[in-house]
Design a protein around this ligand. Structure first.
Ligand code: 3EB
Length: 335
């Protein structure tokens, strides 16, 4: 029992999730039974581990530090493997990860379909059928012209794999790897009940994007507000998109400013449903910035310093955003 319960004697109904970037040894993080997941980044982190709670997304951190992203919960984690899926659960939360080789399925579309079918089959067979949030990492995401573009083809497969199985789209990130491996890399957070999808009044819902962005609009909402009040708001990948259009293609600084205007609007929308969420990013927020041009890392770091208090943890990763004109995309957690 926690000594920090408040009011006294009221155990929280659902476990709290604490997410942090930490520079520590992988084994020390996995030794903690209350570690639900450890995300590693790039070649300077272990590629894999026998422990199903570890997943390396394959994106390189920008800078000298190579932290892990650590998800801690207030119950001991149980973990295992289900086919290709590595899973862990504790209390009312589940983590899982999955790699799908595109060639084995005949391309990115059938691979994405298979990935989402497997993911949802796996969740349906356990105590946490509701997908709250997914992270999707895709090699060469903008390769291919027009509707043949790999991101658009991914969106088709994802939608086929989801079918009619979700009552609402979860928050998501879809970002480009550059390893040439042609392996879809996914991880997710799930729970017993779906969260509430939050849309951004400044942006057209992604699942309503017009035809010009591809035959299948992307299946995600701008954020998920989990039902458990102790869980943070789950923020989708957010970029300089207003309405459905990309803005400021020539200016990184303007793209960052627009992205933070989108976040301000999204937080306001979420606070309409949960006023206890902080009105601005702070100590209860953690953000990950996906930066297209590694040479702009210092400029991005300075922009983030302008927009964020020191208490907001952040990590910069080198990655391709799914629209070629977008120089940066940011996702995260917020409470
Ligand atoms: C955008 O606003 C940027 O396909 O899952 C952001 C977050 C984006 C998630 C996805 C795509 C996805 O449209 C792209």
């Amino acid at each position: 029992m926690s000594s920090l319960e408040w009011p006294p004697g009221s155990a929280p109904a659902l476990p709290q999730l604490e997410v942090a970037y930490r520079e520590a040894s992988l084994s020390s993080l996995l030794d903690d039974p209350r570690t639900l997941a450890v995300i590693g980044f790039g070649r300077r982190a272990p590629a894999r581990d026998d422990d199903p709670r570890y997943f390396n997304v394959g994106l390189e951190p920008l800078g000298a530090a190579v932290p892990f992203e650590v998800w801690r919960v207030d119950a001991d984690a149980l973990c295992g493997r289900d086919g290709n899926i590595a899973w862990a659960r504790a209390g009312d939360l589940s983590f899982g990860s999955l790699c799908v080789d595109e060639a084995r399925h005949g391309g990115i579309t059938p691979a994405a379909e298979a990935a989402y079918r497997q993911l949802l089959d796996h969740l349906a067979s356990g105590p946490h059928p509701a997908l709250l949030r997914s992270w999707n990492y895709i090699d060469a995401i903008t390769e291919g012209e027009g509707d043949a573009e790999r991101y658009r083809q991914f969106c088709i497969g994802r939608a086929l794999g989801i079918g009619q199985r979700l009552s609402a789209y979860p928050a998501a990130t879809a970002i480009g790897l550059r390893d040439g491996a042609r392996v879809l890399r996914l991880y997710w957070l799930a729970g017993p009940q779906p969260g509430t999808p939050i849309e951004n009044p400044r942006q057209v819902a992604a699942w309503r994007y017009p035809r010009q962005y591809g035959p299948q609009p992307p299946s995600f909402s701008r954020a998920t507000l989990p039902g458990a009040p102790s869980l943070p708001l789950l923020l989708s990948g957010t970029a300089s998109v207003v309405g459905h259009a990309s803005l400021h293609r020539d200016s990184l600084a303007d793209q960052v400013d627009e992205t933070f205007r989108n976040f301000a609007s999204l937080l306001q929308a979420a606070r309409g449903l949960r006023p206890s969420l902080a009105p601005a990013f702070g100590a209860g927020s953690l953000l990950k910035a996906y930066v297209r041009d590694a040479d702009s890392a210092a400029a991005v770091a300075a922009e983030l310093d302008r927009h964020l208090p020191a208490a907001t943890q952040r990590l910069l990763l080198a990655a391709d955003v799914c629209r070629a004109e977008l120089r940066i995309e940011i996702d995260g957690f917020h409470r």
